[in-house]
Design a protein around this ligand. Structure first.
Ligand code: SAH
Ligand code: SF4
Ligand code: F3S
Length: 472
């Protein structure tokens, strides 16, 4: 373990040296051009990817690039997702569009990274058909971006560096945070669950937990820097710590984080129902900082389908777990993910899903039509329903989920509750947007100087998925 730490520290040091060299080189280049060098960061997928993009942006800013939203930039970094087929198609679409910018600016560099790049067929396709790409890397070597850029500047061809997996966690590299007052913090990487439909374990590798000391140190530094809310990130946070040299549970980690002075709110995602312990429920119930929100993906309400999905809980287990949570934490907001049209799902199975949705009454649910991922066990299963039947089920579920969410979300109308003010309302610049502990948004009139502060707001009007409020 000691050795591993030393290797990682050396690696971080080496990367910082490369960043220094590049900074000199790019400062010179920018002077010649008489303008700053710009980068555009495009990110698809989940919060893990968003967090990785913050790290990539931190490296790009350190070596002298300035951020722009325009794709007419000197450096494009596209962080990809492959969880469903749609995600892939969007990447190819965007890549096609980039060609015209590169024609105009031949010095432009295009880098692709993220989950899609961990699939060899994808990389082959890009090598063949998207020759304007300069750098390809994957999910395990995000920390190497500076080195890959330096390699690219010293060679003519495409630079490709994909790792099959890693046990390395390189700490202490720059990161460019999107918000001053809240921040995602990785607590673990990878996934060992192998749900039969899911590509994530193949592209993100085996589960690896960061040491609690490193996590605490990072959060303490963030708090010193003005962060009031952290989101702890992992594909299955409930199994945090199992593979550490000194194992600790997720609940124990939460208790340690709770003690960090100045930190106001703690969120986390995602929780796998099979690993959600009584200890965690108890810690959440008594905590002053852990938010009243739990994202608990159910995927399906049918015990048979859940078994085929390799989720390792039954319909009854899920319902019993929800009961236990609601009893211990009555004001909790529950959200979920549901897949419709898993190959073995029949009409009866779908009715079980509807049944669970009606019983639990989620605050919101992300619903997905099953998407076949080559290489996963479900890809070889035979479909029990036609595309049209699946589409009908999806529409039916969506309607149900939305009707219930509208009622559930409105339950606090009239109450005064605390929000963290996150910014201006996207629709109406005269309003501010704040987030409740239970993750719902409140829009209310107020001065932009309140952004980043906690305020008490009266929830005057429930609007379905958000509230209109007044500042107290
Ligand atoms: N680790 C998280 C989820 C990561 S992926 C968990 O276990 O809950 C986010 C969501 O995408 C999943 O919860 C699932 O609902 C959906 N998903 C994953 N693979 C999918 C597929 N092949 N087709 C459709 N939806 C999928
Ligand atoms: Fe995918 Fe299942 Fe792992 Fe979530 S727990 S990332 S759904 S394999
Ligand atoms: Fe997508 Fe990778 Fe996240 S496949 S959902 S970006 S872990």
């Amino acid at each position: 373990m000691r050795n591993e730490t030393n290797i990682n520290e050396l690696e971080a040091q080496r990367q910082r040296e490369i960043m220094n060299r590049l900074k000199v080189r790019f400062t010179q280049k920018s002077r010649e051009l008489g303008r700053p060098l710009t980068y555009c960061s495009i990110c698809f997928g989940c919060q893990m990817n968003a967090k990785d993009s913050e790290k990539l942006e931190g490296i790009l800013e350190t070596i002298g690039y300035v951020k722009t939203d325009s794709e007419d930039a000197d450096f494009i970094i596209m962080n990809t997702c492959t969880v469903r087929e749609n995600a892939n198609l969007r990447v190819y679409g965007r890549l096609g569009q980039l060609k015209k910018y590169k024609k105009k600016n031949p010095d432009m560099l295009i880098a692709l990274c993220g989950c899609m790049m961990q699939e060899s067929l994808v990389v082959e396709k890009i090598k063949q058909s998207y020759r304007h790409v300069d750098i390809i890397f994957g999910t395990h070597n995000v920390f190497k971006l500076a080195e890959l850029i330096e390699n690219k500047l010293n060679t003519k061809g495409m630079v490709i560096d994909i790792w099959e997996g890693t046990s390395e966690i390189v700490e202490d590299l720059p990161s460019d945070r999107k918000y001053d007052f809240k921040c995602g913090v990785n607590i673990m990487f990878g996934c060992n669950n192998f749900c039969s439909y899911c590509i994530v374990p193949y592209v993100r590798g085996r589960e690896r937990s960061r040491k609690p000391e490193d996590i605490i140190k990072e959060i303490e530094a963030l708090v010193k820097d003005g962060v009031a809310e952290v989101m702890l990130l992992g594909q299955n946070v409930n199994s945090y710590g199992k593979n550490l040299e000194h194992p600790i549970t997720f609940s124990q980690l939460l208790e340690r984080i709770e003690q960090i002075e100045g930190l106001k709110r703690i969120r986390f995602m995602t929780s796998h129902p099979k690993d959600l312990s009584d200890e965690l429920i108890a810690v959440m119930a008594k905590s002053k900082k852990i938010c009243k929100h739990l994202h608990l993906p159910m995927q399906s309400g049918s015990t048979k389908v859940l078994s085929d999905m390799n989720r390792r809980y039954t319909k009854e287990d899920y319902l019993a777990l929800v009961d236990k949570i609601k009893t211990a934490i009555p004001d909790i907001s529950l959200t979920t993910d549901i897949i419709v049209g898993f190959p073995t799902e029949t009409e009866e199975d779908f009715k079980d899903t509807l049944d669970v949705v009606r019983k639990v009454r989620f605050d919101s649910a992300f619903t997905f039509i099953y998407s076949k991922r080559t290489g996963t066990p479900a890809a070889d299963m035979e479909f029990q329903a036609t595309e049209e039947e699946i589409k009908d089920r999806f529409d039916c579920l969506l309607k149900e989920v939305q009707e219930i969410a509208k009622e559930t979300c409105g339950r606090d109308q009239g109450k005064i509750m605390e929000v963290l003010v996150e910014g201006l309302d996207e629709q109406d610049e005269n309003l501010l947007t704040g987030r409740l502990s239970n993750n719902l948004l409140v829009h209310f009139p107020g001065d932009p100087s309140l952004i980043g502060t906690f305020q008490n707001v009266k929830l005057t009007e429930a609007k379905g998925f958000y509230y209109i409020g007044t500042l107290m």
